[in-house]
Design a protein around this ligand. Sequence first.
Ligand SMILES: NC(=O)c1ccc[n+]([C@@H]2O[C@H](COP(=O)([O-])OP(=O)(O)OC[C@H]3O[C@@H](n4cnc5c(N)ncnc54)[C@H](OP(=O)(O)O)[C@@H]3O)[C@@H](O)[C@H]2O)c1
Length: 336
Amino acid sequence: MHFFFTKIRCSRSRSSHRVGKIYSLLNRFSLIDAATKSTELAINLNTSKPMRQQRIAVLGLGAMGTALALTLLKTGEQLMVWNRTAAKADELRNAGATALPSLAETLDAADVVLLCLVNNEAVHSILKPHRALLQHKMVINLTNGTPGQARQLAGWVQQQNSQYLDGGIMAIPPMIGTEHAFVLYSGDEAAFKASEPFLMHFGKARFMGADAGNAALYDISLLSTMYGMMGGFIHAAALLRRSAIQATAFLPLAKAWIAAMTPSLDLLATQIDSADYQSGVTSNLAMQAAGYENLVATARELNIDPILLLPMERLLQKSLEKGYHAADLSAVIESL
Ligand SMILES: NC(=O)c1ccc[n+]([C@@H]2O[C@H](COP(=O)([O-])OP(=O)(O)OC[C@H]3O[C@@H](n4cnc5c(N)ncnc54)[C@H](OP(=O)(O)O)[C@@H]3O)[C@@H](O)[C@H]2O)c1
């Protein structure tokens, strides 16, 4: 199969559409040669023209979009950039990216459209007027959103005969391109495999399945875990501030406590999966509910709004009403 693939350089536009069509056909039938896993198009055409790289357009140059674009530029990708507020493209233009005058020209010239906007409403609002230019593209949406939004966008993009990959970035902008970043992807697996060689520059790239909503589902689940931790820390810092104790002074204890408690998630996860909340209990729910009252009472004593604590207090009470006195904390899931 390998020697049938000849790499071509296309003059833009019409030929670009043809290349895209052939490329997506090859992709569909898994004919993209694994050995040519690069950002170059491998086209089954008997021509001796030299090949060209895929043209990637990054749309959305906020903190995250700029970090993604700079990372791609450093790896030598041919990059186009676009932002609603054009001045934000200056840094990237100076770094070697191409900023075409309009979104329409950018979309027309791109093979891969990589989006990183504030939300999916913004994504839809910029793409909708240009749907005709989206034919046979690869659309990679790294905008944070809900699983339902991702599925809707996937359906809409597929109607434009394009491939859709949704992504959840598990990193903050300075982490992009470092070993600590990882990005979750879901949707078109062929699109993932074809783009993995450049996606991996952002951080570890994990494919979470063909359901386009999966990346967002995992992303939101991880963020929910994170906000629980961050919210707890901010509440603790508010308590300590009443005694003029600095958050930075508290930090070593907080980190040690979080690290010590993280392994207890193993038991919670096992109990949740088996719906057996009574096995392996060391801290029963009745005891935890009684202790939790002190968390709320302390906040009130110190004139701190217990707003971050109250939902869990309510869940503990509901669980007791359901008779989960001897169960573990995991039982509160039945009240969600
Ligand atoms: N920053 C992070 O720590 C982080 C981490 C993980 C994931 N993310 C996700 O990455 C995405 C971008 O975040 P960010 O940090 O880059 O945000 P940001 O700095 O606030 O940038 C927002 C971007 O969205 C654009 N935008 C907003 N509304 C628009 C509209 N109606 N039409 C066109 N463009 C619009 C902005 O364009 P203008 O410049 O014209 O306003 C800007 O390019 C978000 O979905 C975010 O959840 C961010």
